[in-house]
Structure formats: C-alpha cells, structure tokens
Design a protein around this ligand. Sequence first.
Ligand SMILES: NC(=O)c1ccc[n+]([C@@H]2O[C@H](COP(=O)([O-])OP(=O)(O)OC[C@H]3O[C@@H](n4cnc5c(N)ncnc54)[C@H](OP(=O)(O)O)[C@@H]3O)[C@@H](O)[C@H]2O)c1
Length: 285
Amino acid sequence: MKILVTGARGMLGSDVMKAAEEAGHDVRGFSHTGLDITDGDALERRFGIDRPDAVINCAAWTDVDGAEDDPEGALLSNGTAAGLVSSAAAAVGARIVYVSSDYVFDGQKGSDYVESDATSPISVYGKTKLAGEVATLQANRRAYVVRSSWLFGLDGPNFVDTMIRLGKSQGQVLVVHDQVGAPTYTWHLAYGIVRMLDSDAYGVHHMAGGGHCSWYEFAGEIFSQAGMEVVTLSATTEMFGRKAPRPAFSALISENPHAIVLPVWQDGLKGYLGQKKSLEGAASE
Ligand SMILES: NC(=O)c1ccc[n+]([C@@H]2O[C@H](COP(=O)([O-])OP(=O)(O)OC[C@H]3O[C@@H](n4cnc5c(N)ncnc54)[C@H](OP(=O)(O)O)[C@@H]3O)[C@@H](O)[C@H]2O)c1
C-alpha cells in the first residue's frame, strides 16, 4: 500500500513511518515545512502527485496549554486542516487516519471510556481535536479516527524523559495523583495504526496502552523500571495551576469489534526504556 504521513517528524509520526516501512508499505512522510496541512492547495497538489492509498495525519497543534491562548490557531491545525487533509485524500480515493485524543472527554465518567461514550471536551485543545474528528469523518467516507492518550516515544519530549531527567538532577519529583489515564508507547500505537489499515473498519477506534494509572503511579513505575531511587511526592492538579483543564479520568478501552488491542502500559514503558538503552549503547560504541 502507498502511504503518506503528515507530521512525519513528530513523536508519533516518526514511529508511524518506521512501522509502515517495516510492514512493507511504500511510505512517504512530510514534515511541517514539507507539507503544511493548513494549505489546502498544497495538499491537493501533493496527493495528486503521490496518489496514496492511505494518508495518516499525525500533524497537529499539541501544545495543550498554548491552545488556551490561541484557540483560532489550534482550531485551524487540529480542526479545519484535518478536514482539508481528509477531503484531499478523498479526492484521490485514499483512506484517511486522524489521530485524536482522550481529551475529547470530560473525565467525569469515572471508568474507562469506550467509543460510544458522549464526548464533552473541557479544554480548547480537546474541543479542536473533536472538531478534527468531525471534519475528518465528514470529508471522507473511508476515515478512521484513532483516539489515544498520554503518548511517549523516542522522537519527542515526553513524561518519561522528563521524570528521568528531574529524578537524576533533583533526586525528588512532585507529580499529580488526581489525573488517571492510559500511557501509550508510540511504537505500539504506530504498529496498531498500520495494522488497522488492513481492515475496512472505518469510524472511531480507541487505541491506547492497556490498563490505567495516575501520573504519580506512572512516575513510580518509571523509576522502578529505570532502577532509580527517587523520592516521588504526590500533588493535586490544582497545585500545578496549568492553564488548560485536564480530564480527571480519561483512560480509553475499545468496544469496537475490530479493536486493535495494545500491550499494557507497563510493557510499553519497558519497550521504550529498552529501545532507549540500545540506542544509547549503539551511540557509545
Ligand atoms: N502527545 C500526546 O500525549 C497525545 C495524546 C493523545 C493524542 N495525541 C495526538 O497524536 C498526534 C501526534 O502527536 P505527537 O505527540 O506525535 O505530536 P508532535 O510530536 O507535536 O508532532 C506533531 C507534528 O505535527 C507538526 N505540525 C504542526 N502543525 C502542522 C501543520 N500545520 N502542518 C504540518 N505539520 C504540522 C509538528 O511540526 P512542528 O513541530 O515543526 O510544528 C510536529 O512535527 C496528534 O494528533 C495529537 O493530537 C497526542
């Protein structure tokens, strides 16, 4: 299959490129400067030349707090542009994958969210991701929306790296205990997204690491798996005073009969730390 990836230099986009190549697909990826998804004409030109069978849209505005200061900018990238990508894909008969977020939910359900649960985003970012879902599904009848959460991977700043850095430099960290979600290793998600393209199960898919935890529990597991002695202090969301509100409980599971089930988050973490170690080992040889 010929696959085109937008946002290909991002944390998820980089792993999607590798997973698609490993699965034997003919893959072409574009960075932000290579293909700006807010430029509808550029999208139509590019897709007209490359004639992909599928487009995986990993390009997004991902600054959750920054979106509160610039709702129009966030909506342009996550909502309007998602519709442009989807319709340009439809014009060449390509399927489209839009990567969405657990932040489309308000976090008040108190248990794992399934695809049919009502959405009710509480942040600007969440609202723009929901707008992107709708725009993607409306513009292309062969559209998949993949909701995931709490991503960590090699090619982007992430919570795991932050904890390890702070743990090494300070010996103690302060982490919120009142937000619960499903940490997801981007390599596992990328592999799942590429596998999903083998089926015609269009529509919404929840695809996140199995199980759930709070950020505080996640930090504890990071230090345990990394073999680090770090004092982990628990805090409330309110204490951090972040600009954008976050859902209190936003773990995702799937009720989709074609669900692609990812490994539990602890295994995702193990895979990520292992991958980092082998790359560091190779770099020092
Ligand atoms: N990170 C998470 O925890 C998380 C959780 C759930 C869902 N998601 C979703 O997963 C997807 C991938 O996220 P990620 O964490 O991999 O994000 P990321 O590392 O920030 O990657 C996003 C990429 O999109 C590019 N981009 C931004 N605006 C663009 C535009 N107008 N045209 C083309 N490219 C553009 C960025 O390039 P520049 O940096 O050069 O601007 C960046 O390379 C996003 O849809 C995100 O909403 C993320």
